[in-house]
Design a protein around this ligand. Structure first.
Ligand SMILES: C[S@@+](CC[C@H](N)C(=O)[O-])C[C@H]1O[C@@H](n2cnc3c(N)ncnc32)[C@H](O)[C@@H]1O
Length: 245
């Protein structure tokens, strides 16, 4: 989890003070009377955004619509890997981030339980989900996404569900070439720490006895927790390792 030393909350035009106060208490970061020098969670009329280094990022599932409409969803690698005949399938996303991969699973009909342990990221994701519920085109999909704030290693055992799949996409080890990563990643990666508990994460996922664990990895990275996958599917920049249990 990130340390919260360099993050503040700032209330901008149209921002709700009560929302900011609740966030401040929940996350444990102060409300400042100006933008912070490093990272600022901005509460304004459009919801919650993360601002820093001249960039602004706000979760927005409407940007994902083009990937799930007009027959495109079934070309998504994760959707192909998650294909199932089960009627009401359940997935667990044990490292949710901004929930984009979960959104694809939910669009494919999965009920998805998303765990996010970083409170700032969880707040940004919660806000994006909340705004999406107001959107007619997104409501049905995000209605199947259930965000749980906290560490999936601790919380998954309490879920009491045997999911069809568990999806693991903890942050990759640092990359040397980072110049080309886009705005979302540049800002969000300031908060994330590379995964230091791969083995515990994999063990907690396996203990739920899903049919498969699907793991996103860097194209040429080592398998998560050194666990040899049952099979691998490669994309241009990443690969998916699938462990069939
Ligand atoms: C690379 S991001 C996931 C991106 C995501 N797949 C998406 O589509 O937006 C990894 C996230 O997993 C979270 N994370 C890592 N380990 C976790 C754990 N054990 N429990 C909950 N969240 C975890 C990190 O805080 C980070 O936000």
């Amino acid at each position: 989890m990130n340390d919260m030393k360099n993050i503040t909350i700032y209330i901008d035009d149209g921002g709700d003070r009560d929302t900011a106060l609740t966030l401040s208490r929940h996350i444990g970061i102060p409300i400042a009377d100006r933008m912070g020098d490093e990272l600022t969670l901005v509460v304004d009329g459009s919801g919650l955004s993360l601002v820093g280094g001249g960039m602004r990022y706000q979760g927005d599932f409407s940007r994902m619509l083009s990937r799930v409409t007009k027959g495109r969803l079934h070309h998504e690698m994760i959707v192909k890997l998650a294909k199932t005949k089960t009627e009401h399938p359940v997935a667990v996303d044990a490292a949710a981030g901004m929930g984009e991969d979960s959104f694809l699973l939910a669009a494919a009909g999965y009920e998805v339980y998303l765990f996010e342990r970083d409170r700032v990221i969880a707040a940004l994701l919660g806000d994006a989900l909340h705004r999406a519920e107001e959107d007619e085109q997104l409501r049905g999909i995000v209605g199947r996404m259930h965000l749980m704030e906290g560490d999936s290693i601790e919380l998954m055992p309490q879920l009491g569900i045997t999911p069809e799949i568990i999806y693991l996409d903890p942050m990759f080890p640092p990359r040397k070439k980072s110049g080309l990563i886009h705005k979302k990643l540049q800002l969000i990666q300031k908060l994330e720490q590379p995964c230091a508990d791969e083995r515990e994460l994999f063990a907690a996922a396996a203990a739920l006895h899903p049919k498969k664990i699907i793991i996103k990895r860097p194209l040429n990275g080592a398998p998560l927790a050194d666990r040899k996958p049952s099979y691998t599917v490669k994309g241009k920049a990443i690969r998916y390792d699938v462990v069939v249990l």
